[in-house]
Design a binder for this molecule. Structure first.
Ligand code: AMP
Length: 111
């Protein structure tokens, strides 16, 4: 499968990887929207949030556990976690990813 994030997970293409475990990989977003902008992705290919099933529960837990650990490591007391599902919502890479954004104030509602 020709998937950018699968290739980052398998180190076929380079990325600034800052965490990897049995279930998830985290790396810096190439076009950061905040002082801290990290993407956390499942190691297995999942197209997006709409493709999640109960069988993915351990992977989903690992995504959020990595996010809270990385946020703590960066000293972030507040941060935003985002999953864009579908092109209408801004999804541009169709491999599930959690955006961890921090280091500035965020507006609500989001753009
Ligand atoms: P989304 O628009 O929610 O699908 O998010 C995809 C994110 O992937 C964007 O924030 C991009 O900046 C980021 N991105 C695209 N290519 C790369 C890459 N090679 N390395 C790191 N981040 C990337």
């Amino acid at each position: 499968m020709d998937c950018l994030f699968c290739k980052i997970v398998s180190a076929q293409i380079p990325a600034n990887v800052i965490h990897k475990d049995a279930l998830v990989t985290a790396f810096r977003d190439i076009n950061p929207q905040a002082p801290t902008h990290i993407l956390i992705v499942p190691n297995e290919h999942i197209g997006g949030a709409a493709d999640l099933t109960p069988a993915h529960t351990p992977t989903l837990a690992a995504l959020f556990a990595a996010a809270s650990q990385l946020a703590a490591a960066k000293g972030l007391s507040g941060y935003r976690l985002v999953i864009n599902q579908g092109a209408e919502a801004g999804q541009s890479v169709f491999h599930l990813h959690l955006h961890l954004l921090g280091g500035r104030r965020f507006a609500w509602p989001p753009g």
